[in-house]
Design a protein. Structure first.
Length: 514
C-alpha cells in the first residue's frame, strides 16, 4: 500500500487534496466541438486578423477541403503533419484541417525557427507532409519524398463531380489519437517532441475552469507563438466554445484591448496595462512563476487564474482563481479528472505542509516523448495511486500543500542551486524582491559558484533597498551580489524571460568595466 507510512489523517488529505473533481467531457475530439459551432452559427466570426475575418462556416469548409486533400495524399490517423506558419487565418485552416484528417499537427513559427530546428522537427516527428504559406515555402528544409502544401492556394476538388467544397473525410479517430506534437524549448539540449492526445486537450478545454467560461461571441486574444503549448489553449480554447479569436499582428496591446479573455505568460502580461484592456474579464497565466504584484493588479478587474503545468501534462494541470486579499498566491488544485502528488525522492507521498516534487496523474498525462525511450523512462512512471495501468509524470516542480488544500509552487528542482556551498531557491529570492517597494518583477540567476545576480523592473527600483529587503528575511548567502534595474525583461520567442540574455547582459557590463 503506497500510503501506509502516512497517518490516517494525512492519507485522507492526500486523496482529498490531490484528486481533482471527476467530470464528464462532452466529446474527446476537438474538431467535433468546432464543427458543432459551425453548424449552429455558420455566419459567426471565428477569427479576425489585420482587418480580415473568417466565419465558422468558412473555416469549416476550408478545413474540410484541406482534410480531403490530406487524406488523398495518404495522411492517416496516427500521422503527424507539419504546420509551419506565422499567426494568420490560414494557420487556423491548417490546424483544423489536420485534425479533421485524423492526424496530429506539429506547429513551428516559420518566421522564428532556425532551419536546423525545422530539420530536427521534420525528422523526429516524421512529418511527411508540411503545411505553410507560399511566402514562407522557401524556408522549409523539405527532404526528398516529402510534400509541401501551401495553405493560401486553393485546394483542388475531387473529380469528376465538382462540389462547392470537398466533404469532410471520416477517419476513425479516437480520443487517444494525437492532436498535436509540441517540441519543448530544448534548454537542456535538443528539443523533445511531446505527443498530446485529443483526450488530454479536451479534458482541459471542455471542462471548467480550463474552459475559462468562453461562450459564443466572446473575444479571445491570440498572443503567443504557435509552437508554445499555451497557444493551443488560446486557439482551441476559443474555437471549441464558439468564440472569436483575435489574432494579433505586431501590436500585442491592440489585440488585448478588444479581448474578453487573455491567456499569457507573466512576461507577456506584464507588458499590458489592465486600464487599457477594459473588456478583459478573464485572465490565465502559466509557463513561469507569476509575480504577486502582477496577479493582484489584474485580479482587481478580472477573474485571474494562476496556473501551472508543463507541456507533458497538457498545458496546465492545476489552476487557482486568485483573490488579492489572500495571504498566498498559489497554483490551486488539480483540474478535473487529474491528480497531483507531492512526493519525496523515493516517490513516497509527503504529509501536508512538507516540500517535495510534484508528480501529475490522470487524463492530463501525455502520450510521451517521440523516439526517446530513456527520457520516457526517466519522466513517466506507473501511477501506483490511480493504478489500472495509468501513468504519472515527474514535473520537476517543487511544491507543498497548504493546510486548506492549495498547492504552493516553490520553484523547480533545477532552480535550486548551490552558492558558496549553500542550497538556494532562486524563485524565493525573486519573490522577496517582488514584495519590496516599487518592484513589480524580479528574476534571480546564479552567475557562478559564489555569486547571485538579480534583475528587477521597473528601471527606477532602488537596487540597494532591494538588496536590503532580501537581507532582512533570507540568509546572507541568498542576498544577490548585484541588483540590476531594467525597464523591461528580455523575452524568448515563447514569451518567457530570456535568462541567457540576462546573463549575457551581466558579462557585457563586466567586460565594459574592465
Amino acid at each position: 500500500m503506497p500510503l501506509r507510512h502516512l497517518t490516517p489523517h494525512d492519507r485522507h488529505l492526500f486523496r482529498q487534496y490531490g484528486r481533482g473533481p471527476t467530470v464528464p467531457v462532452p466529446d474527446p475530439l476537438l474538431h467535433h466541438a468546432v464543427a458543432r459551432h459551425a453548424l449552429a452559427a455558420p455566419h459567426a466570426v471565428a477569427a479576425e486578423h489585420q482587418g480580415a475575418h473568417l466565419t465558422y462556416g468558412e473555416l469549416d469548409r476550408y478545413a474540410d477541403a484541406l482534410a480531403a486533400r490530406l487524406v488523398r495524399e495518404g495522411v492517416r490517423p496516427g500521422d503527424h503533419v507539419g504546420l509551419f506558419v506565422r499567426r494568420s487565418l490560414p494557420m487556423l485552416v491548417g490546424l483544423l484541417g489536420i485534425l479533421k484528417a485524423g492526424a496530429a499537427y506539429v506547429p513551428q513559427d516559420i518566421g522564428l525557427a532556425p532551419p536546423a530546428q525545422l530539420t530536427h522537427v521534420i525528422r523526429t516527428a516524421r512529418t511527411r507532409v508540411v503545411l505553410t504559406v507560399a511566402e514562407h515555402a522557401h524556408r522549409v528544409p523539405l527532404p526528398d519524398g516529402h510534400l509541401l502544401i501551401p495553405l493560401d492556394e486553393p485546394q483542388p476538388q475531387p473529380q469528376p463531380q465538382p462540389q462547392p467544397y470537398a466533404p469532410a473525410p471520416r477517419p476513425r479517430v479516437t480520443g487517444d489519437d494525437g492532436a498535436y506534437v509540441l517540441f519543448t524549448s530544448g534548454t537542456t539540449g535538443r528539443p523533445n517532441g511531446v505527443k498530446v492526445t485529443h483526450r488530454n486537450v479536451a479534458n482541459l478545454l471542455l471542462t471548467e475552469p480550463g474552459g475559462l467560461g468562453v461562450r459564443p461571441g466572446d473575444r479571445v486574444a491570440q498572443l503567443l507563438n504557435i509552437a508554445f503549448d499555451m497557444a493551443a489553449w488560446e486557439i482551441l480554447g476559443c474555437l471549441t466554445h464558439g468564440g472569436t479569436l483575435v489574432i494579433r499582428g505586431k501590436d500585442i496591446a491592440a489585440a488585448a484591448r478588444t479581448a474578453d479573455v487573455l491567456i499569457a505568460t507573466p512576461t507577456v502580461l506584464s507588458g499590458l496595462d489592465p486600464a487599457a484592456c477594459p473588456r478583459v474579464r478573464t485572465v490565465a497565466v502559466a509557463g513561469e512563476p507569476c509575480p504577486r504584484p502582477l496577479a493582484d493588479r489584474w485580479a482587481g478587474q478580472a477573474a485571474f487564474h494562476n496556473c501551472c503545468g508543463p507541456t507533458e501534462t497538457t498545458i496546465v494541470n492545476t489552476m487557482s482563481r486568485h483573490d488579492p486579499t489572500a495571504p498566498l498566491l498559489t497554483i490551486g488544485r488539480p483540474t478535473p479528472n487529474n491528480t497531483v502528488y507531492v512526493l519525496d525522492a523515493d516517490r513516497r507521498p509527503l504529509p501536508v505542509g512538507e516540500t517535495g516534487e510534484m508528480w501529475a496523474g490522470g487524463d492530463c498525462v501525455s502520450a510521451g516523448y517521440l523516439g526517446n525511450d530513456a527520457l520516457n523512462a526517466e519522466r513517466y512512471a506507473p501511477d501506483p495511486f490511480l493504478g489500472g495501468g495509468r501513468r504519472m509524470f515527474r514535473t520537476r516542480d517543487l511544491g507543498r500543500w497548504t493546510p486548506d488544500g492549495e498547492l504552493e509552487h516553490l520553484g523547480r528542482t533545477d532552480d535550486q542551486v548551490k552558492v558558496r556551498g549553500f542550497r538556494v531557491e532562486l524563485d524565493s529570492v525573486s519573490s522577496v524582491l517582488e514584495s519590496s517597494a516599487g518592484c513589480t518583477r524580479a528574476v534571480t540567476l546564479r552567475r557562478d559558484a559564489r555569486t547571485l545576480v538579480s534583475f528587477v523592473c521597473p528601471a527606477d527600483v532602488d537596487p540597494d533597498a532591494a538588496r536590503r529587503a532580501v537581507a532582512d528575511v533570507l540568509p546572507y548567502y541568498c542576498v544577490p551580489d548585484q541588483v540590476l534595474p531594467l525597464a523591461l525583461l528580455p523575452e524568448t520567442d515563447r514569451g518567457k524571460v530570456d535568462k541567457q540574455a540576462l546573463l549575457g547582459m551581466v558579462e557585457e557590463r563586466v567586460a565594459v568595466a574592465r
